[in-house]
Design a protein around this ligand. Structure first.
Ligand SMILES: Nc1ncnc2c1ncn2[C@@H]1O[C@H](COP(=O)(O)OP(=O)(O)OP(=O)(O)O)[C@@H](O)[C@H]1O
Ligand SMILES: [Mg+2]
Length: 445
């Protein structure tokens, strides 16, 4: 456990939760910190804000009383106990356990666990569980991701178009799927279309369909994505890449709810909700005449801003542990947690590739780790990069980011591939960052 401050609905799980227990709690909006009773260190720092300790005695039946006494001495928290079926038979243990706010016996299942926690925090005077456990649409306990989850719940039932913005890997598509799942359209299709991946001459036909013979090569009628998603949701990813003529048709669809297949003059009424996403600055694209202003305003009625991972205080460890557990379930790797220095490295890294990059690094680390604890080396987050760009990026300040990119570019003699290699990001990201900070590579060279 880290020295991060702990707040909100929080369980300090002293022992070993199963993956199901761990993520069941996280999904239900509990900040869940796992503390290993076998290791003692100054790690109880910061526990004072936590609302509840769950003392997991299922696997410590034999010396339960000793460990229980040690734990309770070190943990000034209201507590509940989870015991194995043997745990309660020892009268001494049973006596001590009587002080617990709740006792859960054995693998009680998630429902019983949630009830016990809710009752226990009721006793401790802490905030109670929200009615809607689904509030935790996106994994995370940071204020930024909680606010995002609330917005997803507010926006899901509304039929208006919606624009999702955020850096690469922040979960834009995941948010779009959540919006669909939480809407009345959930049983109808969800069509995800990457506008940047469609060949320019086929965009219209892909989206809106065409009639047989409408152009060379149109040997049969084609039903477009909008039509086949009727009743459902169309997710237009990288909307900034949509060619201007398709933008015009999309605007018409958003205004009138109708479309025409290419080569047809018959208007079809189609009922889909349009969600769009972009990682480029659409306002700028509008200013440069690459994106229709009227379409921008239509799409931008509701806006979901995905926070970059470096601004999601506390979520990095949570997500890292989750990715590790998921990976372990499939591959049974030796690594089961992160060393203190690995956690520090993760918390200070800038994560230009956001959640996707975190997942990739954790999976790679799980494969290469020799030990139960993943090290910064396993994550490839070692000193040589951290005293360079990433420390500066970690500050998440735009000016620092710009300077850091400049430094790295200079150090790489303005070679994009080299710079990308040093930053451990893709070349595309380097180009994107240059664009973002208006660094004209060809002039700098
Ligand atoms: N909160 C989260 N919890 C778990 N996994 C997440 C979360 N957010 C994102 N991911 C995972 O991170 C990866 C990237 O997410 P997604 O594809 O939605 O990002 P994106 O913003 O669309 O990225 P890009 O701009 O590169 O298309 C996916 O594998 C997704 O499952
Ligand atoms: Mg995406």
């Amino acid at each position: 456990m880290s020295h991060h401050s702990v707040s909100g609905r929080c369980v300090v799980w002293i022992g070993r939760p199963s993956a199901e227990e761990h993520f069941g709690l996280i999904r239900a909006g509990w900040r869940t910190l796992v503390a290993d009773p076998g290791r003692d260190s100054g790690e109880t720092q910061g526990w004072s804000d936590a609302v509840l300790a769950l003392v997991d005695l299922r696997t410590h039946a034999i010396d339960a009383l000793t460990s229980l006494d040690q734990i309770l001495a070190a943990t000034p928290l209201p507590w509940i106990a989870m015991v194995g079926t043997r745990g309660r038979q020892d009268p001494l243990v049973a006596g001590r356990l009587a002080e617990a706010a709740e006792i859960i016996v054995g693998a009680a299942g998630m429902a019983a666990l949630h009830q016990a926690l809710a009752r226990a925090i009721g006793l401790a005077g802490a905030p109670t569980l929200p009615d809607d456990e689904r509030l935790a649409v996106m994994t995370g306990s940071s204020p930024a991701i909680q606010a995002l989850s609330r917005n997803i719940h507010k926006f899901a039932p509304v039929e208006l178009p919606l624009l999702i913005t955020g850096e690469t890997g922040t979960g834009k598509e995941m948010a779009a799927r959540a919006l669909h799942r939480l809407s009345r359209r959930r049983d109808k299709p969800f069509a995800a279309i990457n506008c940047g991946a469609l060949p320019a001459n086929l965009v219209q036909s892909e989206l809106f369909g065409h009639e047989r013979g409408s152009f060379t090569g149109a040997t049969s009628r084609r039903i477009g994505h909008f039509e086949s998603a009727d009743g459902g949701t169309v997710f237009l990813d990288e909307i900034g890449d949509l060619p201007l003529d398709a933008q015009t048709n999309l605007l018409r669809f958003l205004q009138e709810g109708t479309l025409e297949r290419i080569g047809s003059c018959q208007s079809l009424h189609v009922d889909v909700r349009v969600l769009a996403a972009t990682h480029v600055d659409l306002e700028k694209a509008v200013a440069q005449g690459r994106f229709r202003e009227d379409l921008f305003y239509r799409l931008n009625v509701l806006r979901l801003r995905m926070p970059p991972l470096r601004e999601r205080d506390g979520d990095i460890e949570l997500l890292a542990q989750q990715f590790l557990e998921t990976f372990r379930e499939s591959y049974g790797t030796r690594a089961r947690a992160f060393s203190t220095s690995a956690r520090r490295a993760m918390n200070t890294f800038s994560w230009p590739g956001n959640v996707r990059e975190l997942m990739n690094r954790v999976q790679r680390a799980a494969v290469v780790a020799d030990d139960a604890l993943i090290t910064p080396e396993d994550l490839e987050l070692t000193g040589d990069q951290r005293n360079g760009i990433n420390d500066s990026l970690g500050s998440a300040r735009i000016s620092a980011e710009r300077e850091a990119i400049m430094d790295c570019l200079r150090a790489s003699a303005f070679n994009v591939s080299e710079c990308a290699r040093r930053l451990r990001v893709s070349r595309v990201t380097v180009y994107r960052l240059c664009k973002k900070h208006q660094l004209a590579l060809d002039q700098l060279r």
